[in-house]
Unconditional design. Structure first.
Length: 122
């Protein structure tokens, strides 16, 4: 599987947990510790999927998701929001921003991999 996934989270441990589990299933991973660096990079490299934290320094994940979904070049890239914000209003905000899935931390890495595979199935 040659699918590229961007993992965007300011917590190094979460980025590594997500990345390791996805690499075990054959995905290529590019990690970012904030949304600004990911948004810069997406101009040159278009991923097949983005896993995005909501609460990060600088631009938050909801705003980033809105930016991606409102840009013709990136609007079709699936986004999974991965966050500690689990209130109903937070989840609604996530889906309003265009997210395809919303996963609350702590999360099951296997559950995340299953969601990714479901989204990226050929």
């Amino acid at each position: 599987m040659d699918k590229l996934i961007f993992v965007v989270d300011d917590e190094k441990d979460i980025r590594e947990l997500v990345s390791v589990n996805l690499k075990l299933h054959g995905f290529k991973i590019k990690e970012f510790e904030n949304g600004n660096s990911m948004l810069e990079n997406i101009k040159d490299t278009k991923p097949d999927l983005i896993i995005l934290d909501v609460m990060m320094p600088g631009i938050d994940g909801i705003t980033i998701c809105n930016i991606l979904k409102n840009n013709v070049k990136t609007s079709n890239i699936p986004v999974i929001l991965l966050t500690v914000k689990g209130q109903i209003a937070d989840i609604e905000d996530g889906f309003k921003s265009g997210a395809d899935f919303y996963i609350v931390k702590p999360f099951s890495p296997l559950n995340l991999v299953e969601k990714v595979m479901k989204i990226l199935k050929d």
